[in-house]
Design a binder for this molecule. Structure first.
Ligand code: B3K
Ligand code: ZN
Length: 897
């Protein structure tokens, strides 16, 4: 397979100025006629051949240059595209007629069918599955699209831009014509044809224009789009208010499809969504689903400026649009709901998943240097770490400075395909700052470690903070430079008050400031510090680093937990406390074989009173929001600890976590029960997706989760009752998950297992007609820690509810399974074998989905020697398979390097 390098970038040799597409959609063969108006960039003497990308399943049926059929020796077609050997002098028209078979396209890239309808997915390089084209984002053209299809089967025919024509054709067919006035790269092209229901609303923009908003779904689902519609309107308003960005067309469409490789796609004015991110009613969607819908609807809408109007010059720049747009959707969600909760969620995700990516064989900078398949680089690093890098601009420049930079970015680059350097330059120039030190975050992979040493000098009342940073080597990057780390901080006095900050010889800084740490080893000295403070460092997680504060005691952490004005750091204090304890207990469990695990952990001191006390004070703190409480009493995810435990035994770590959960449940029983009572549903109360209502459900369900870990029959009974009586999906699925957990706890004993089985069966018969609701059921069973569950998961593959062609099904079942520390990591290797089989089976159908599943093996270096070798063996077996896709090849081969 061919690797593509960032350093090899060359501008395209030809400009494609306008594109006229005609789609003749049919059940068997679909014809696409494309007419391109092409402008040369070089002088006529130097003009090179014109290469157009095209997938091998696109069949060329005619080629015309300036209206004349091209002789056969004028061009060449191979499996990657078409070369026009000597294009005519000057401007010219090229007509390319092709045929394809969307009904056989299981890759779900290019033009394909889902649920009897036609739809497209072109990012990153899917347009070449539709027609021959310079398929790269720096070719920006205006598009006119004509669609013809059978009218009764496909009454709705959509593409980008404005509808400029429609009418009837012979043979029961009809057509529409769409014109998109904005130049765009081909990855933003979209087409939808089908029998779809539509819900409509309008949005009045800040300048008074009415925009028609339409959401298309299957008829059966049309009652479930209200929340997505409201989210869209809120996004449009927010972007006007916060960034001064007004929507630019009179129409905005969203289409929900069931078969979709990712979450959603920001095609110009025709967003296509995975139906799970559009459809929601209280009985079928959880609070988490509602929040994700709001966030993703916002995300795709915000791409209209950050991505579409200003796009990427090449795919290495992906974070230019994705990091920035994730930052924007995070801010949007923070403004719509609880800002502290949102930050805790985002940072948890980053640390639980992106940090391991950055620490593993696939580590890459947010702007990668090379790829074999671009689809493999839609990663947490490019997206989430990319958003953290954008957030660091904000930390350094302040909100206003950041906005100035955004304004200049749009002013300079509207309508262009640009680079991350252009973004940095706009931010720097708008603020008259040199931001080159931030630039290293684009080229350097790996998570920096920041070690902080503190020193208080009572005689001269100075307080010294020393910061040392280092980044571990990552594949291909043995040497690392120091990066700019903005450290937002405050200093707390013994009484919990905040100490005014003043750097030696500097101005008063108030009680919070952002230090710019740029050196490998750097000191800052504060003066007039009346007493030894407890520092609150990296507030709001102001940089994506792993920080260690030397000499930080449990008392310091408890002090922060009680008094910090920064809610993120209050949460963090409890989290660090829990992590420390979990590591101690894990070592105790690992190092001795005497007695049962329970006995060994108890002998090591069990769950310390300080943690119990911390959680108790949080649980009973009336100032704290319930969702925040729920997070504050959540034990760290295993993946967050695993980097601290070389050669970890994931099953044992899970058992330690479950032990801690049980201990906490026992010791906090009365507080947990009180929380359940106080936050329980009031009979007859209608579901509401509001921060307050979500907070009540979050805390109640967290508390129930704790109790379920005890595996007591009374709790099981309560959960069964709750499952039956639940009036919304949040409570229903929480009860089911808790029953599963209790079942796993009870292992062999009949009651827990029976209750679990009965609950799962009941849920299935209630929801079998709702595929999105069944996804949750698949994921829960697949990810269950009931010992020996592999066989049951295998059986699920032949359950009528499971369809291996559907990405959502694969993600629920296979990625759900990979999350089980007990069964994926089963000591006999059966879990690895099962997932290896899954990769190979799915790769025959859909390379992108297979590639995501094989990703579960890439963390193998974190585990003990036996598991490492079994995981490697699966990767090797996959690599040795004939006919493997480039997607899976890239992940598997890079993992084994
Ligand atoms: N831009 C798309 C992702 C496309 C992924 C292609 N394999 C969704 C988003 O980030 O908004
Ligand atoms: Zn995006």
């Amino acid at each position: 397979p061919k690797e593509c390098f960032r350093k090899d970038y060359k501008p395209p040799p030809y400009v494609i100025d306008t594109v006229h597409l005609t789609f003749l959609l049919n059940e068997d063969v679909t014809r696409v006629e494309s007419r391109l108006h092409i402008l040369p960039k070089q002088t006529d003497e130097q003009r090179p051949p014109l290469f157009l990308n095209g997938r091998s399943d696109v069949k060329l049926v005619a080629l015309k240059v300036n209206g004349e059929v091209a002789p056969e020796d004028a061009y060449e077609v191979n499996s990657s595209g078409l070369t026009l050997k000597s294009p005519p002098a000057g401007e010219f028209d090229l007509e390319v007629h092709t045929e394809c078979q969307p009904q056989n396209n299981t890759s779900l890239e290019g033009l394909y069918r889902s649920g009897g309808n036609f739809c497209t997915q072109c990012e990153a390089e899917g347009f070449r599955g539709i027609t021959f084209f310079q398929d790269r984002p720096d070719v920006m053209a205006t598009y006119t699209t004509r669609i013809e299809a059978d009218k009764s089967k496909y009454p709705v025919l959509l593409s980008n831009g404005n509808l400029v024509g429609s009418g009837e054709l012979d043979g029961g067919r009809h057509f529409t014509v769409w014109e998109d006035p904005f130049r765009k790269p081909c990855y933003l092209f979209a087409l939808v044809a089908g029998d779809l229901a539509m819900k409509e609303d309008t949005f009045k923009t800040c300048s008074g224009r009415d925009v028609a908003l339409r959401i298309f779904t299957r008829a059966h689902d049309s009652g479930r789009v209200d929340f997505a519609m409201q989210s869209l309107k809120r996004s449009m308003k927010w972007d006007e208010e916060v960034f001064g960005l007004e929507y630019d067309l009179d129409l905005f469409n969203i289409v929900a499809v069931d078969d979709f490789n990712m979450g959603a796609m920001e095609n110009k004015s025709l967003n296509i969504f995975n139906s799970r991110l559009v459809l929601a009613t209280p009985d079928t969607a959880t609070d988490g689903d509602f929040a994700r819908i709001e966030g993703v609807v916002g995300h795709e809408y915000f791409h209209n400026y950050t991505g579409n109007r200003v796009t990427c010059r090449d795919w290495f720049q992906l974070t230019l649009k994705e990091g920035l747009t994730v930052y924007r959707d995070q801010e949007f969600s923070a403004d719509m709901n609880s800002r502290p909760v949102k930050r805790v969620e985002d940072v948890s995700r980053l640390r639980a998943a992106q940090f391991s990516e950055d620490n593993g064989p696939m580590a890459h900078p947010i702007r990668p240097e090379s790829y074999i398949k671009m689809d493999n680089f839609y990663t947490l690093t490019v997206y989430e770490k990319g958003a953290e890098v954008v957030r660091m601009y904000e930390a350094v420049l302040g909100k206003e400075g950041f906005r100035k930079g955004m304004d200049l970015y749009f002013q300079r680059h509207d309508g262009q395909a640009v680079t991350c350097d252009d973004f940095l330059a706009a931010m720097a120039d708008a603020n008259g700052e040199d931001l080159s030190a931030l630039g290293k975050w684009y080229s350097q992979a790996g998570t920096p470690r920041l070690t902080v040493t503190t020193d208080y000098n009572p005689s001269d009342k100075t307080y010294k903070l020393r910061f040392q940073q280092a980044t571990d080597a990552t594949p291909g990057q043995p040497e690392k430079a120091a990066v700019l780390i903005p450290v937002r901080l405050g200093l707390l006095a013994k009484d919990g008050s905040e100490i005014p900050l003043k750097l030696q010889g500097g101005a008063d800084l108030g009680t919070e400031t952002v230090l710019r740490v740029t050196e490998a080893d750097q000191e800052f000295v504060f003066q007039d510090v009346p007493e030894a403070p407890v520092p609150s460092l990296l507030r709001g997680f102001s940089a994506p680093v792993r920080m260690t504060v030397e000499g930080q005691t449990d008392e310091d952490l408890l002090h922060l937990l009680a008094h910090d004005t920064d809610s993120f750091n209050r949460w963090e204090a409890g989290h660090v406390l829990a992590k420390k304890l979990m590591l101690v207990l894990y070592s105790a469990a690992k190092d001795s074989n005497e007695g049962t695990l329970e006995q060994r952990l108890a002998a090591a001191g069990g769950v310390k009173a300080s943690l119990v006390g911390a959680y108790r004070s949080l649980l009973t703190d009336s100032r704290v929001d319930g969702t925040f409480k729920a997070y504050a009493i959540s034990l760290p995810e295993m993946s967050e600890l695993i980097d601290k435990i070389p050669g970890a035994d994931p099953t044992l770590l899970h058992e330690v976590r479950e032990f801690m959960t049980r201990e906490l449940a026992q010791q906090l029983r009365s507080e947990l029960e009180a929380a359940i009572k106080e936050n329980d549903c009031v009979p007859g109360e209608a579901y509401e997706f509001s921060a307050a209502a979500c907070a009540r459900r979050a805390l109640k369900n967290k508390a129930l989760g704790y109790l379920s870990a005890l595996g007591e029959p009374e709790v099981t009974e309560q959960l069964l009752r709750r499952l039956k009586e639940a009036t919304n999906m949040t409570d229903e699925i929480s009860a089911l998950a808790a029953l599963d957990r209790a079942g796993a706890r009870l292992g062999g004993t009949a009651s827990g297992v029976e209750a679990r089985t009965a609950a799962m069966d009941g849920y299935y018969s209630k929801w079998e007609k709702e595929p999105l609701v069944i996804l949750k059921w698949l994921a829960l069973q697949a990810g269950s820690n009931v010992p020996g569950n592999v066989a049951a998961v295998k059986r699920l593959m032949s359950h009528p509810a499971f369809n291996i062609n559907n990405p959502n099904n694969c993600y629920s079942l296979f990625l759900g399974f990979a999350r089980s520390p007990v069964n994926f990591h089963a000591a006999d290797g059966s879990g690895y074998e099962f997932l290896g089989d899954a990769v190979l089976a799915v790769d025959k159908i859909n390379h992108q989905v297979a590639s995501r599943i094989v990703g579960a093996f890439t963390t193998f270096k974190q585990y003990d020697a036996e598991r490492q070798s079994m995981m490697r063996a699966q990767l090797q077996r996959i690599l040795d398979t004939q006919g493997l896709s480039e997607n899976v090849f890239e992940i598997a081969s890079k993992s084994l390097k």
